[in-house]
Ligand binder design. Structure first.
Ligand code: PGA
Length: 263
């Protein structure tokens, strides 16, 4: 099955309002003839401006996280209903910067991760997003210690099984999965393309075991972790890599557009 390529930018807690709107406007022009799906995930507070700035372009807007309850006394949280209300179409879930110190994933010391995300909360968030017609971009990946202990495949299989438990293939049809080795995020240490391709293939075969061959062959699996314009083409040429989730290199519209065009 041929899968449309997909490139998403995660701006994390970077870029203020005016440069964000300018970058999105520029990106809209630079990607007008792109064949890949293009998504940018700015911080919550600029989502509304971002949706406006990209109207009529190929660029769609995603959030970086969502809370699973629809409404209520949850100070500081943002629901999937609220994101839908703003016209947000995608949402990252289970990023290693939100899987927390109180959760199951140990994170590098340079990553402040106090958000306590676990596979169980990831699962609840996916349910809330799907209910609201928002496409979840589920991040999975191993730490350096887990890779050294040769636990990579097992860690990712468990993240997929628990994060996606209780859903049917039909419910998960729009799902996008991103393989993000924690040690490659924001470090400049991109995973070797062949190895990234192997892990994305392993993810697809795990999805096939869980939800069937037809689901797995249609599901977009991305690679994320120090993707740049200079290494994107080699990564995206791997048969099981359908695009990228890009952090640092997504902020500059010229660099990000080059990545989009290499998909
Ligand atoms: P990076 O981040 O591209 O800056 O390594 C990727 C991510 O966190 O999704």
């Amino acid at each position: 099955m041929s899968r449309a390529k997909f490139v998403a930018g995660n701006w994390k807690m970077n870029v203020l309002l005016e440069p964000a709107v300018n970058a999105l406007t520029e990106l809209g022009k630079l990607t007008a003839d792109a064949t890949a799906e293009v998504v940018v995930c700015p911080t919550y507070v600029y989502l509304q401006a971002a949706v406006r700035a990209t109207q009529g372009t190929k660029v769609s807007i995603g959030a970086q996280d969502a809370f699973w309850m629809a409404s209520g006394a949850f100070t500081s949280r943002i629901s999937a209903e609220m994101l839908k209300d703003l016209g947000v179409q995608y949402c990252i879930v289970g990023h290693s910067e939100t899987r927390g110190k109180f959760g199951k994933l140990e994170v590098p010391s340079n990553t402040v991760s106090y958000f306590a995300e676990t596979d169980e909360t990831v699962n609840l968030k996916i349910g809330a997003l799907l209910k609201n017609g928002i496409v979840p971009i589920l991040c999975v990946g191993e730490t350096a210690a887990e890779r050294d202990a040769e636990e990579t495949d097992q860690v990712i299989q468990s993240q997929l099984e628990l994060g996606l438990s209780g859903f049917t293939a039909g419910q998960l049809a729009p799902l996008v999965v991103a393989y993000e080795p924690v040690w490659a995020i924001g470090t400049g240490n991109t995973c070797d393309a062949a190895e990234a391709g192997r892990v994305c293939g392993m993810i697809r075969s795990c999805l096939s075991d869980l939800f069937g061959e037809s689901f797995a062959s249609g599901c977009r699996v991305l690679y994320g972790g120090s993707v740049k314009a200079s290494n994107a083409a080699e990564l995206f040429a791997q048969p099981d890599i359908d695009g990228g989730l890009v952090g640092g290199a997504s902020i500059d519209p010229n660099e990000f557009a080059r990545i989009v065009h290499s998909a």
